[in-house]
Design a protein around this ligand. Sequence first.
Ligand code: 5GP
Ligand code: MG
Length: 173
Amino acid sequence: MQPLFSSDDIARRLTEMGQQLANDYAERRLTVVSVLSGAILFTADLIRVVGLPLKLEFLRASSYRGTATSPGELQVECLGDLSALAGRDVLIVDDIFDTGRTLERIIERLNEARPRSLKTAVLLWKTERRQTSLVPDYYGFQIPDRFVVGYGLDFDGDYRHLPGVYALDEPGS
Ligand code: 5GP
Ligand code: MG
């Protein structure tokens, strides 16, 4: 496993993101929607450095590749009441932007609730793999196309608890 970002690297970057968000969302009615399970550590740390009053909601996004549903179809399951987002300034917080399909689908779904604004924040952005016109509004770090774990991100359920981010694969593989 190759270390990419230590917990100190992440904390420093989150302080910067927190200041940016605190400016952008001052006097707004912020609701953070955290995408389970990968974004739990990122969400918990980010909301503490933003330092604004906010509400917190959760959703789960799961793909059903290889089942009866169409290939790659993505299910978005909101754990709270979607109508709570009406008129709010909603910030979707996810672990990683890879192809962008997941966030695209989540945005489509949350827009049904008619939020006042809808933006996205991700810890990691794999810039080489984007398959949509969407780009994240806020991101922690841009990374090459490597498979990463730690700080919430898993491989087969493992490694989520690691305080830093690591690449699991070999470079260029
Ligand atoms: P997208 O829809 O942007 O292609 O995929 C985003 C989702 O794929 C992320 O929320 C994450 O669950 C998963 N994912 C993409 N790349 C990685 C990676 O390098 N490591 C881990 N653990 N998950 C990833
Ligand atoms: Mg995810």
